[in-house]
Structures are given as structure tokens and as C-alpha cells.
Design a protein. Structure first.
Length: 217
């Protein structure tokens, strides 16, 4: 199977859904749209591939390009039945000069106790994501290879905390402050070696707010 629609069908079948209608019904997708994607009569973009990959527990990279195994995202023992699974994406937000991103592929999930997540956010686990940090512009708050938990439902700038933003076609993790210039904000690095950047609000896309970080010891 070499075509993207063939891989979509394979992923659906391996996930245990006998028909396209079964999968569409289970995930609330419009059946005509999903069926057209699976039978090849209609193409789909990377954003849609991410949604299908997450549902069928494969990577978006495999679904799009077919050059890796169809292994399940999670390895080892199954997560506890009451665990909240948060997807980890194969993408880094730059704490530096920016990381260019074409799409994000889910590589596995991390299990969190639901009560712990409730202390961090009232959002559903489906709105959460984990990505890594590259660079030193947010040092000492965040350092290279830290991982951060995002709430992707929090896309309104509140001028407190850290945000992952798309700016100049790159992904950044930064603070965002007010600007004296109307219609603009200030993109702030915690590392004083990096200068602040004035940016038009229209040039920013807020991916989500950082809720938590993890670090190697």
C-alpha cells in the first residue's frame, strides 16, 4: 500500500473499526467526508492527517508519507484505565530564533492522573499537548530539551505566563507583553541576552498557553 488513502484504510482497520462508517460514527466525523478521504476521491491536508492519526493511534508522518512502521503510539504496558492520555508531538518550540514547522506528528502519549490535570486546567485532555523546547532564550525558566504541556484552548493573550506562538513562519515559546504601539505586542525572552521583539497582533498565531514543564535530571 503506497497511497495515502490506502494507509488511512489500513490504520482504521488495525484500530479495530470494521468499516469507514464505524470510524466516522465513533469519532463524530461527517461520513461522506471521511469516506471520500479513505477511498481516494478527495485529498486531505496535514491538519486532517493529524486528526486521523491521533484517532487511529499511528503517526501523522506515516499516514502522510508511509516511510515508517504502523506501530501503535504507546509502547509497553497499557495506561491505567483512569489515566488521561496527553499526546506528545514530534515538534519543538524554539526558545531561540524560531523552529520552522510544516506539521506536527504525534509520536506517543503520556498518562497523567486526571486529578493532577484538573489542578492545572479545567480544559479537556483533548485540548492538551506536549512538545519539546529548543534553545536558551527562555533560560533560566526553560532550558534546551525541556518539555512543556500546552493548553491549546487558551489562545487569547492575557499577558501573563508563557505561550507557544507562531511568528515569522516559526514556532516559539515566549512571554507576550503589552506594547506602546497600537495593535502590537511585545515578544519577551527571559534570557536578557535576547532582545524583545515588537510584533503586530495580526502576525501572531497563539498555539496555546504553557501549563507545566518537565526537565531531565
Amino acid at each position: 500500500m503506497n497511497a495515502i488513502y490506502d494507509r488511512l484504510k489500513e490504520a482504521r482497520e488495525k484500530a479495530g473499526y470494521e468499516t469507514a462508517a464505524d470510524a466516522a460514527g465513533a469519532f463524530g466525523w461527517p461520513y461522506p467526508t471521511y469516506a471520500a478521504h479513505e477511498n481516494g476521491s478527495r485529498g486531505f491536508r496535514a491538519e486532517t492527517a493529524q486528526r486521523y492519526a491521533k484517532a487511529f493511534r499511528v503517526t501523522a508522518h506515516w499516514l502522510l508519507y508511509g516511510d515508517e512502521n504502523i506501530d501503535r503510539v504507546e509502547d509497553g504496558e497499557p495506561a491505567p484505565s483512569n489515566a488521561a492520555l496527553v499526546p506528545v508531538y514530534d515538534v519543538a518550540a524554539s526558545a531561540g530564533n524560531g523552529t520552522v514547522v510544516e506539521y506536527e506528528a504525534e509520536i506517543y502519549s503520556l498518562a497523567f492522573p486526571p486529578d493532577y490535570l484538573k489542578k492545572l486546567t479545567s480544559s479537556s485532555p483533548t485540548n492538551l499537548a506536549i512538545i519539546s523546547v529548543k534553545g536558551d532564550s527562555m533560560d533560566p525558566t526553560l532550558v534546551d530539551d525541556d518539555v512543556v504541556l500546552l493548553d491549546t484552548s487558551k489562545t487569547n493573550l492575557s499577558f501573563d505566563g508563557l505561550f507557544v506562538i507562531r511568528f515569522d513562519d516559526a514556532l516559539h515559546v515566549k512571554r507576550v507583553g503589552r506594547s506602546a504601539k497600537p495593535g502590537h505586542v511585545t515578544i519577551i525572552s527571559d534570557n536578557t541576552a535576547f532582545r524583545d521583539i515588537e510584533a503586530s497582533k495580526g502576525d501572531l498565531n497563539v498555539v496555546g498557553k504553557v501549563l507545566w514543564y518537565g526537565r531531565k535530571v
